[in-house]
Design a protein around this ligand. Structure first.
Ligand SMILES: Cc1cc2nc3c(=O)[nH]c(=O)nc-3n(C[C@H](O)[C@H](O)[C@H](O)COP(=O)(O)O)c2cc1C
Ligand code: SF4
Length: 434
């Protein structure tokens, strides 16, 4: 299977980031079509498409869109999660920089389908170029009456506001994102089943739809070509439909974003990225730093799909695919990963606040040559005390990579503890100090 460029078909063509250029390729035909459709018919198309959220969890998009009240009793909102803080993932950045109208058209369709009044796009603070592209696209949309009052004479009003975050991984978690957007500290709130879903009480306690950038970017294709057409993509998988953009990095010849149809073997994704650089494949972290790694042998049989990746004990996640070559020291790689989560922990709950730091401390002493017998079991115990016991998903995201690496490369941890140095000769990844 080769690359399947649907969302990224015109990425890189600078004209596509202008309204005139976007329109040349049928831009806003989907919004026009949607405005003439019954709201529920759009949601039905979304259901038929099988689209699942591209932010990491793979939750069916139509269930959220359908979850907002049909009878309005006040404002309703559409929110785009453009925080993209997962290490290894940089696809939303490209979508916003090079295909901003696709994302915004998707949001406008969602706004109409869910009978919402306004949309917010929450962009990671460091993504200055993406924010510029979105700002310029918004200005052009307002000037062309594609946003604002009485859009295209339809009688529908819908606004989109751009909001810049401050560059916190935790603010990608949906409830923390909403707090941050409302001017509060970027910490998560109580969630379902202890508190209502965002579709019931989200931004300003009003019904809110929240989806990822890539999820919204799929909507124009689904409206234009139909949900049934979208569902033909990825039909070989159990329940993954459409395309998925993977940000490929690590020891590969051509790092970058590659869009594939679900059902593509993982090794073909590696081929698209030019194959391995500097040594043979040792391991892959397929879906962003927080998902468990798999070894080279498992990569050979891994098929890209939500259920298919779960079968090899990993995840599609956000699509940040990091390939590691044979010279990679796994202990050091996992220590560095853990350091990220410890730094980004917001500190609200004890298992994550304390546990993430303990993971770093134990991993650090192992990689410094001071590992103790029982350290592997201790790491596993700390992981099991964080996983599922933390207030939000950051805790789980911190525990999975460590537990996964021990499961697959236990011998490397044992060797490091027993010998006081890496099993990998001449490892190039070893930083000098923590
Ligand atoms: C710590 C943490 C960080 C997250 N960061 C992001 C992010 O940067 N972008 C994103 O779309 N989803 C992120 N998520 C997932 C969101 O909470 C939410 O599930 C997602 O935006 C829903 O969109 P989707 O259904 O289209 O995937 C994060 C979750 C957690 C726990
Ligand atoms: S899991 Fe971590 S990031 Fe989430 S609330 Fe607890 S301390 Fe904060």
């Amino acid at each position: 299977m080769a690359e399947y460029k649907l969302l990224l078909e015109h990425a890189g063509d600078t004209a596509f980031a202008t309204l005139a250029g976007y329109r040349k390729f049928g831009g806003f035909d989907a919004l026009k079509k949607a405005l003439g459709m019954d709201r529920q018919a759009i949601i039905d198309e979304l259901k038929a498409s099988g689209l699942r959220g591209r932010g990491g969890a793979g939750f069916p998009a139509w269930i959220k869109w359908n979850g907002l009240p049909k009878e309005k009793h006040g404002p309703q909102y559409v929110l785009c999660n453009a925080d993209e803080g997962e290490p290894g993932t940089f696809k939303d950045k490209q979508l916003m920089e090079q295909t901003p109208f696709l994302v915004l058209e998707g949001m406008a369709i969602a706004g109409y389908a869910t009978n919402s009044d306004a949309g917010y796009i929450y962009i990671r603070g460091e993504f200055v170029d993406a924010a510029r592209a979105i700002r310029s696209a918004l200005d052009e949309m307002y000037a062309a009456n594609l946003l604002g009052k009485n859009i295209l004479g339809s009688g529908i009003d819908f606004d989109i506001f751009l909001h810049m975050g401050a560059g916190s991984y935790e603010c990608g978690e949906e409830s923390a994102l909403m707090s941050s957007l409302m001017g509060e500290r970027g910490m998560p709130r109580l969630k379902f089943p202890h508190a209502p879903l965002p579709t019931v009480a989200g931004l300003w306690e009003r019904p809110t739809l929240i989806n990822n950038v890539e999820t919204y970017a799929c909507a124009p294709f689904i409206v234009n070509r139909g949900g049934a057409w979208f569902a033909t993509l990825g039909a070989s998988t159990k329940n993954s439909r459409g395309t998925k953009i993977f940000s490929v990095s690590g020891h590969v010849a051509k790092p970058g974003n590659y869009e594939i149809e679900f059902g593509t073997p993982l090794m073909e994704l590696l081929d698209m990225a030019g194959g391995m650089k500097g040594g043979a494949l040792k391991a892959c972290v397929p879906g962003g730093c927080s998902v468990p790694m798999i070894d080279a042998e498992t990569c050979e049989k891994a098929i890209i799909g939500y259920e298919e990746m779960a079968e090899v004990k990993s995840m599609v996640g956000s699509g940040g695919c990091i390939f590691l070559n044979e010279h990679t020291d796994i202990v050091t790689f996992i220590w560095r990963t853990s350091l990220f989560y410890a730094n980004e922990s917001c500190g609200k709950c004890t298992p994550c606040r304390e546990g993430t730091r303990w993971l770093v401390q134990i991993l650090d002493r192992i990689r410094q040559g001071g590992g103790r017998p029982g350290d592997i079991e201790l790491l596993q115990q700390v992981c099991s005390q964080i996983d599922g016991r933390s207030f939000c998903g950051l805790g789980d995201a911190a525990a999975w990579p460590v537990a996964g690496a021990i499961r697959v490369f236990r011998d490397e941890f044992e060797y490091f503890i027993e010998q006081g140095h890496s099993k990998v000769p001449g490892d190039s990844m070893l930083p000098t100090a923590s």
